[in-house]
Design a protein around this ligand. Sequence first.
Ligand code: ZN
Length: 305
Amino acid sequence: MIWQKTIARSLNITGVGLHSGRPVSMSIHPAAANQGLKFIRTDLPDRPQVRAHFTRVVDTTRATTLAEGEATLATVEHLLSAFYGLGIDNAIVEVDGPEIPIMDGSAKPFVDLLMQADSSSLPWPRTYLVVHKTIEVSNGDGWMRVVPGQPRIMYAINFPHPLIRRQRYSVPLDSDHFRREIAPARTFGFLKEVQYLQSQGLARGGSLDNALVLDDSNVLNPGGLRFPEEFVRHKILDALGDLALLGLPILGRLEVSRGSHDLHQQFIQQLIHQEKAWRLWVPPLHNRTLRRTSQSPPLWQGAPA
Ligand SMILES: [Zn+2]
């Protein structure tokens, strides 16, 4: 894809906050090129902004939480995964509470919503981060790396549960594969853990409608699993949501074993610091014409950097 994308019109969605259990309303609006993905907390005075950027990450326990000034926003990763997976670079998300609604625990409701609006090309080229040397980070049992190659992600997990154990999944990084194979995979939790969290006043909105819940041997959701390896597919969903915080797509082969939100963020830090292992690349623009017109001049006509 040459051009940056946004959505063609505004969209609304409502749901429940996983931790608060309260209703959350969200509206997503088109944004200009180079704006990136931004959140606005409409429930706070002066409607503060929180940018979807790795420098704004303040917590990675169980979910990814962003903050800017006093404004925080939790559980951003499934929505960000939908943006990253569909290749939407710029959008403004207004939300009337401290967490993004959990919906069904996957990115599918967000993908379905974003697909309703179509995407719109902006008159500015995308910049890609092209990896030409392996970058790796490890943390206890887990590791994450990117190696030069076609855009793809492989993820492996190992949980001592009869329904999970070792799962491995690998998928090309493109919007069709994302929509079909990754977006519908739901988050998962263990019954004991959910009971503990609820005793601590957390996960109040958590139910079988928004997560796969496992007891010692089975999945408690009446409908069962959407895919045999739904667990590891969801880990890919989470990783892509966290990688969206880099602000530009990675061209390389990603591999993760026993990852977490924390490991995904450590990987981004490592990537940023290893400047010699990658370069920024803008696809060649000659002989390309813009499909949709707009007021701003394209980059090669001398627009400001
Ligand atoms: Zn998740």
